[in-house]
Ligand binder design. Structure first.
Ligand code: BTN
Length: 263
């Protein structure tokens, strides 16, 4: 039986959580990130969640579109107002990825990995992605919005307009996952990790984000608008930067870009 997203069920399951007090649900919206940005500018509080069954203009990183079949997948954005400087914001993306990976593993047994910086992969196919956007005021985050899209009960295939190999939880596990339970599981885990990030307890998280990385130990190309950097991915550091070793044995720190992997 198909399950609809149900705000009341999610709020009840979240219980006492920063994410249960301003939970916004839309059947159809342009993009949960776009609305989150508008609401952030209007002063909506830390912990606001925007969830939608369907997006008409879903956005991905690097001005890409995020295509997703309505009523089958998970599309939501978390609005945060963390007391963090610019170079401490990136771990928030990674803890959301880890929260999603753990919740997915709990519900399906699948071992999903992170393709640095923001993609969720199962084997060689993309399962989800995170779009992080933020604004700074006097060097500190005014708001951070983290938008997560996961292919849940969709069967991506020919003619769906995707330019990369994609998959879904249903396609890989054969299980129709409850999206209400999945978002609850993700938000509960994220809330705990978020507190750890704020209090500087990131050692355990740092181990997890290296262990769950698809790129560590692999030869990669980092593609940015200005250049292509080649090297072997060595580790992800405490701030979330990717460390590479190039052919000359020099260590290079990558803060952003698109990773190309030869599978
Ligand atoms: C990427 O892979 O480039 C990131 C994709 C992020 C997609 C999610 S879906 C919910 C939220 N709203 C958006 O418009 N984008 C993010």
């Amino acid at each position: 039986m198909k399950e609809s997203l149900d705000k009341d069920i999610i709020i009840k399951e979240l219980g006492r959580s920063v994410f249960s007090s301003n939970f916004i649900f839309h059947q159809k919206i342009n993009s949960t990130n776009t609305l989150a940005k508008e609401l952030a500018l209007k002063g909506e509080p830390h912990g606001t969640i925007i969830l939608a069954e369907e997006q008409t203009a879903g956005r991905g990183r690097l001005n890409r579109k995020w295509l997703s079949q309505g009523h089958e997948n998970l599309l939501f954005t978390i609005l945060l107002r963390p007391p963090l400087s610019a170079d401490n914001i990136f771990p928030l993306t990674i803890i959301l990825a880890i929260s999603a990976i753990d919740a997915i593993n709990d519900m399906t047994g699948l071992n999903v990995l992170i393709k640095w910086p923001n993609d969720l992969y199962f084997k060689k196919k993309k399962l989800g992605g995170i779009l992080t956007e933020f604004s700074l005021k006097a060097g500190v985050a005014e708001y951070v919005i983290l938008g997560l899209g996961i292919n849940v009960n969709w069967m991506p295939g020919e003619g769906d307009g995707l330019s990369y190999p994609a998959t879904s939880l249903l396609a890989e596990s054969g299980i129709r996952v409850s999206r209400n339970r999945l978002i609850t599981g993700i938000l509960k885990r994220f809330e705990v990790s978020y507190e750890n990030v704020l209090s500087g307890k990131t050692d355990g998280l740092h181990l997890s984000w290296n262990k769950l990385s698809l790129v560590i130990g692999k030869d990669v190309e980092i593609i940015s608008p200005d250049e292509v950097i080649k090297g072997r991915a060595i580790a992800i550091d405490h701030k979330g930067a990717l460390l590479l070793k190039n052919a000359l044995g020099e260590e290079i720190k990558i803060l952003s870009g698109d990773v190309s992997l030869r599978f």
